[in-house]
Design a protein around this ligand. Structure first.
Ligand code: GLY
Length: 283
């Protein structure tokens, strides 16, 4: 059976990143599908062009809170609103493999990361500072800061979201499946807001028949349980038609990548960068 590793740089991301992502997946391959997807996501978290890890967008209060998750059939690990770590996806792996829990959030997630040796790290970038300034400029007509934050939903249409460049990867290696996702969230967003990435069945789902991860506005993805709905149909032919049909229910930007026992596919209703490897057995 052909091995597959597929990664995306987020719906809305520039397709000129495709060749970089092809290199990312090639160099991330491992006999273990979980390591393959995690290696891919770490590479994107470390690259400030992506909204994950270094390069994550800021919340309206100027903080950076990141979400990440990993899944293999029967196991899941996630962090929500973790702060000051370099690779949230590696903490998600530790939640899955080294804690009795499946999800840790906020201060507890950050404290858990420190306990397991994830060093303090500032993921802030100039790109994130500029994006926050642009958001605040759009909201500036409000009389006070509290109104600005509480009413931003009314004044920004969904297309005003500056970016939702979640990164993710799915793999089928020796017939086994894994998925991983990481994000700095949507923009704009309140401190404490939770997106789809760390909600199993929303931004990620992996079972014995395949793996699916999503990118887009977390609120819409959660409302639609997008990855679980897609997974329920993962063995239908053709896979790309399933993704296209699931995405046709969305007006907001959304993308999916998926792999089943025979096929792999990606589809998005906006541009989306993708890296792809398919070959006969990883050594
Ligand atoms: N899909 C990323 C988020 O909405 O947080």
């Amino acid at each position: 059976m052909t091995d597959v590793l597929l990664a995306h740089g987020g719906v809305g991301s520039d397709q000129t990143l495709n060749s970089f992502l092809d290199d990312v997946v090639k160099s991330s391959l491992d006999r273990d599908p979980l390591k393959s997807v995690v290696n891919s996501v770490v590479r994107m978290e470390d690259d400030p062009r992506f909204n994950a890890g270094t390069g994550s967008y800021m919340r309206l209060d100027g903080s950076i809170q990141m979400d990440a998750s990993v899944m293999i059939p029967g196991s899941f690990g996630a962090v929500i609103a973790i702060e000051k770590v370099r690779n949230p996806v590696l903490v998600a792996v530790d939640v899955m493999n080294r804690s009795p829990h499946v999800i840790l959030s906020g201060d507890g997630a950050t404290r858990f990361a420190r306990t397991l040796g994830h060093a303090e790290y500032n993921p802030e970038t100039e790109k994130a500072r500029i994006a926050l300034q642009q958001t605040m400029a759009k909201l500036k007509d409000s009389s006070n800061k509290e109104d600005r934050i509480l009413n931003f939903r009314d004044r920004l249409t969904i297309e005003s979201f500056l970016t939702v460049d979640t990164v993710g990867a799915v793999a089928r290696i020796s017939g086994k499946f894994a998925g991983a996702v990481s994000t700095g969230g949507a923009n704009p967003m309140l401190r404490g807001r939770v997106g789809d990435v760390s909600i199993p069945g929303a931004g990620i789902y992996v079972g014995s028949e395949g793996a699916v991860v999503a990118t887009g506005i977390g609120e819409d993805i959660i409302r639609n349980s997008l990855c679980f709905r897609t997974y329920k149909r993962i063995s239908d032919s053709s896979l790309v038609d399933v993704l296209r049909e699931e995405i046709s229910h969305f007006n907001s930007p959304v993308g999916l990548i998926a792999v089943n026992g025979k096929e792999s596919a990606w589809f998005a209703n906006r541009q989306m960068s993708v890296g792809y490897y398919a070959g006969e057995h990883v050594n």
